[in-house]
Design a protein around this ligand. Structure first.
Ligand SMILES: *Cc1c(COP(=O)(O)O)cnc(C)c1O
Ligand code: SF4
Length: 337
C-alpha cells in the first residue's frame, strides 16, 4: 500500500542513487500505483520469489494508468506464465558460464570482452537471459578486479572492452572512473562500450560525474542503450542523450523482440523513428534468448522475419536494426537475415 501523500511532487529525486533505492519492489505497490487489480493480470508472488520485481519510479511514470496491457508494464510484472517449464528454454541459454575465464569477465568473441561490472540492475526485466546468472560468483573485490585487468593485459587480441552486467551504470562513478583509467593504460585496448538500460529507466543517471569520466578517456566510448518500445523514450532521456552526444559519445540502441510488447512492424517503426528523434541509432534487434521462465515472450523466427521485412520496406536503411540471435558456440552474433 502506498503511504505517500497524494500531493507529493512527481519527480522528487533528481539524484539517481536515491531513485535507485526508491524502486518498487512489490507487485501490489506497482498495481496500486497504476490503478490495476491483481486478478485481471495473472500475477504471482512465486515468480517474484524466483526473480524479484524491481521497477524505478520514472519508468512507472511512463506506463499508462489503468492499462493492464501496457507494453512497459508487461516487461516487469511477474506473471504465472513464467512458471511454465519449457525444455527448449534453459537457465544459461547463451552458455556464458563456460566463457567466464576469471570472475568478472565473459570472453566469447575473439577481440571483445564483457566485463560484469555490477551484479544488479535498476530494473528487473522478466525476459532477461541473465535472470539465472551466478552474479554472486562475479561480485568483485578490488583484488579480483586487478586479476581481471591482468587477463586483459595478457591478451593482445582484445581491442574492445564492454561494460556489462547486470547494469554497469549501477556502479558508482568513482569506481567506473578508476577502472576506465586502468583499462586505458592497456595499449591494445582501443574502444570502450557501455551496455546499459539504466538511463532509460532513471534518466538522471546521466549526470556530471558520469559525463566527466566518460568524456575524459582516449577509449572512444559508445553507449548502447536498451529500449524496446517507443513509450520508453521521453524528454528526460532525450536530454541525457543530448548531453552524451555533446560529449562526443556515440549512442546506439538494442531491443529484444518480445511477444505482446513490440512484435509488430508498426511498433518497431515508431521505435526507430523515436530513437532517431532522440539522437539514438538502432543497432540490434535481438531474438529472445531461450531462458527458462520467458517462453511466453518468444516470437517464432518466421514471424520475426516477416516483421523485419515490413520494417525494412518502411524505414531508411540506417534506421533498420540488425536482426540477430546469440547462439552458443558462435564467434559473433548470428544475423537472421
Ligand atoms: C553481444 C556480445 C558482445 C558484443 O558483440 P557485438 O556484436 O560487438 O556488439 C560481446 N561479447 C558477448 C559475450 C556478447 O554476447
Ligand atoms: S541485464 Fe538488462 S535486460 Fe536484464 S534485467 Fe538488467 S536491464 Fe533488464
Amino acid at each position: 500500500m502506498s503511504t505517500e501523500p497524494a500531493s507529493q511532487p512527481i519527480n522528487i529525486y533528481s539524484d539517481w542513487k536515491a531513485e535507485l533505492s526508491n524502486c518498487i519492489s512489490s507487485i501490489d505497490e506497482l498495481l496500486n500505483q497504476l490503478g490495476l487489480k491483481a486478478e485481471d493480470l495473472n500475477t504471482t508472488e512465486q515468480a517474484a520469489s524466483q526473480f524479484p520485481i524491481k521497477v524505478p519510479q520514472p519508468f512507472v511514470k511512463l506506463m499508462q494508468y489503468g492499462n493492464p496491457k501496457d507494453p512497459l508494464l508487461k516487461q516487469v510484472l511477474p506473471i504465472t506464465s513464467e512458471l511454465q517449464v519449457d525444455s527448449n528454454f534453459s537457465t544459461d541459454p547463451v552458455s556464458e558460464s563456460s566463457f567466464n575465464p576469471v570472475p568478472g569477465i565473459v570472453h566469447k568473441y575473439r577481440n571483445r570482452v564483457l566485463m560484469i561490472i555490477s551484479p544488479s540492475c535498476a530494473i528487473n526485466c522478466r525476459y532477461c537471459f541473465r535472470r539465472h546468472f551466478p552474479y554472486e560468483d562475479n561480485r568483485q573485490s578490488k583484488q579480483q578486479w586487478l586479476k581481471a585487468l591482468d587477463y586483459l593485459k595478457a591478451k593482445p587480441e582484445i581491442n574492445e572492452v564492454i561494460y556489462s552486467g547486470g547494469d554497469p551504470l549501477a556502479a558508482n562513478d568513482n569506481f567506473l572512473s578508476w577502472l576506465t583509467g586502468e583499462i586505458e593504460s592497456i595499449k591494445h585496448i582501443k574502444r570502450l562500450r557501455i551496455h546499459t538500460r539504466l538511463p532509460v529507466v532513471i534518466p538522471s543517471r546521466i549526470d556530471d560525474p558520469l559525463l566527466n569520466w566518460l568524456s575524459n578517456t582516449r577509449l572512444k566510448p559508445t553507449v548502447v542503450l536498451h529500449i524496446n518500445h517507443a513509450n520508453e523514450i521521453d524528454t528526460a532521456l532525450s536530454h541525457g542523450v543530448n548531453q552524451l552526444k555533446q560529449a562526443g559519445i556515440l549512442v546506439l540502441n538494442q531491443s529484444v523482440l518480445l511477444k505482446g510488447i513490440n512484435d509488430n512492424s508498426h511498433q518497431l517503426i515508431c521505435l526507430s523513428e523515436k530513437l532517431f528523434d532522440a539522437g539514438i541509432m538502432p543497432y540490434y534487434l535481438h531474438m529472445l534468448d531461450p531462458v527458462q521462465g520467458a517462453s511466453h515472450f518468444d516470437v517464432p523466427e518466421a514471424q520475426a522475419v516477416e516483421i523485419f521485412n515490413q520494417i525494412q520496406s518502411e524505414l531508411p536503411g540506417f534506421l533498420v536494426p540488425k536482426l540477430v540471435q546469440e547462439r552458443a558456440g558462435e564467434t559473433s552474433k548470428s544475423l537472421i537475415l
